[in-house]
Design a protein around this ligand. Sequence first.
Ligand SMILES: *Cc1c(COP(=O)(O)O)cnc(C)c1O
Length: 341
Amino acid sequence: MEKKNIDWSNLGFGYVKTDYRFVSDFKDNAWDEGRMTQDETVVINECAGVLQYAQTVFEGMKAYTTQDGRIVTFRPDLNASRLADSARRLEMPVFPEDRFVEAVVNTVKANAAYVPPYGSGATLYIRPYMFGTNPVIGVKPADEYQFRIFTTPVGPYFKGGVKPLTIRISDFDRAAPHGTGHIKAGLNYAMSLHAIMDAHTQGYDENMYLDAATRTKVEETGGANFLFITKDGKVVTPKSDSILPSITRRSLMYVAKEYLGLEAEEREVYLDEVKDFAECGLCGTAAVISPVGKIVDHGKEICFPSGMDAMGPVTQKLYETLTGIQMGRLEAPEGWLKVIE
Ligand SMILES: *Cc1c(COP(=O)(O)O)cnc(C)c1O
């Protein structure tokens, strides 16, 4: 198959229109059979539920080329079940999980010319999402929905090398106890925009959010979970009902235990103990892991021994092992790679 003429290694993270997208409509209590379309526009009523009351949920995943030339996605079944959880929390109909995986496969297949070659560092980002389409003015769930999947090629995350991040403790909260922090909904991002713009203005890359109830425990950033490495080499990730369950983080915890023989634990992490960790990283689909070099708590700096020039040694090992599995250089656990072609 002929690849598109794209300068893969210089792509950024932005929208590039590809040839095909999947669309399925929910009406009269049922999803239709769905279709592949070349039309990138969405036309909905001015009073659509999504426009009035933000009834929308999404997923984010990647397709890429492995060392032996296969096009694969990583654990799409987990994105399917997470989207189902998100939909249920916002009173939206669930798009059947097996049909979700099938639609992802078909959308990537239709856009195979946009899947970057092995070694370019670039990937094809996949965005499944769902939203209420019919007019809703009294506050209630919509009756009609659209589920779509589009793809867009994105460049290597660490262009020009890894630069550890400087983050601040945020005075804004991301998620309330018993709220919607654990689902992947646009509403969680809308309210984080002011906090991230303010962080950037103050010279920080990201916000570390604390638990809203006590403001003593680490939650996550706006779009990535935390991993910490203790001085004796244990991997620790915060446990909380208001953290979005990152598939990357869950995979890294497995890799830590099963591939690297490290102790790995998910538990409450107090802000007070962060200064005692040896390494810190942010994990999510986009970067896999971004190292954090420094955390600033209202002028008080926590500088990790791994410094501002490179990933810490354990973070690096975790990164290399998971990307090795994803790229087919290391054997993947059963079911982790979904081969598209
Ligand atoms: C998507 C997301 C993550 C990362 O999840 P992955 O499945 O690893 O991509 C982390 N935090 C938030 C708030 C997210 O929306």
